[in-house]
Design a binder for this molecule. Structure first.
Ligand code: M6P
Ligand code: ZN
Length: 189
């Protein structure tokens, strides 16, 4: 067992972590010009950090941890994770909000879309096969807990090949968010 700090996302007994810096996220956002304009100042800054606890990678085991995501936008589009489908696509996942607010954008293999708001004490379930990505729609760090099967893995290729997910989450008005069509989706080079 171990403590999880809801304000920092620190996982007391984590045995792995990684950070995604702004420069690592090129190509994710619709507004490539806005990305380039932010790059000099933002390049080294951490957009999100994952800390997890992995007991083993045996089927039946679980990985748990936290994601901490900074607030911000590239153009109108909120900071988000790369997003993935599980490599073992039949594996589900849960998220539990700790601090801040955001959404989980989910897309089924048939192209159905679900957007679930996550904030403190809200639990969200990602069904098997659904592609998922988290988005910080707030003005503060967005911190949540996750749990998924230890042998699930992540497949990033599906989002890369499709040029993203079918929808994007952008800011609207002062505090709000809205979903728009990803115009680049499925584009062929
Ligand atoms: C969540 C979990 C992790 C994932 C992380 C970052 O915390 O779903 O499995 O690694 O988000 O997302 P991504 O792997 O898409 O960059
Ligand atoms: Zn996942």
């Amino acid at each position: 067992s171990g403590q999880i700090n809801p304000e920092s996302g620190k996982v007391e007994n984590s045995n792995g972590s990684y950070q995604k810096r702004f420069r690592d996220l090129e190509g994710l956002y619709e507004d490539a010009d806005a990305f380039q304009q932010m790059l000099p100042e933002w390049s080294d800054q951490v957009v999100y950090e994952v800390q997890d606890h992995r007991a083993s990678e045996q089927p039946g085991d679980l990985i748990y941890g936290t994601t901490v995501m900074k607030p911000g936008c590239v153009g109108l589009e909120f900071f988000m994770t790369r997003g993935h489908q599980h490599q073992k696509a039949e594996c589900a996942e849960t998220y539990f909000g700790l601090t801040g607010e955001g959404v989980l954008l989910m897309e089924s293999p048939e192209g159905d879309i679900e957007v679930k708001e996550i904030k403190e004490e809200i639990m969200v379930y990602v069904p098997p096969y659904w592609i998922h990505r988290s988005v910080n729609t707030g003005k503060n760090p967005f911190i949540f807990l996750f749990n998924y099967p230890a042998d699930s893995g992540q497949d990033y290729g599906i989002i890369e090949r499709n040029k993203g997910m079918r929808k994007r989450i952008i800011s609207e008005g002062k505090e709000g968010w809205t979903m728009i069509v990803n115009e680049q989706y499925g584009e062929v080079e």
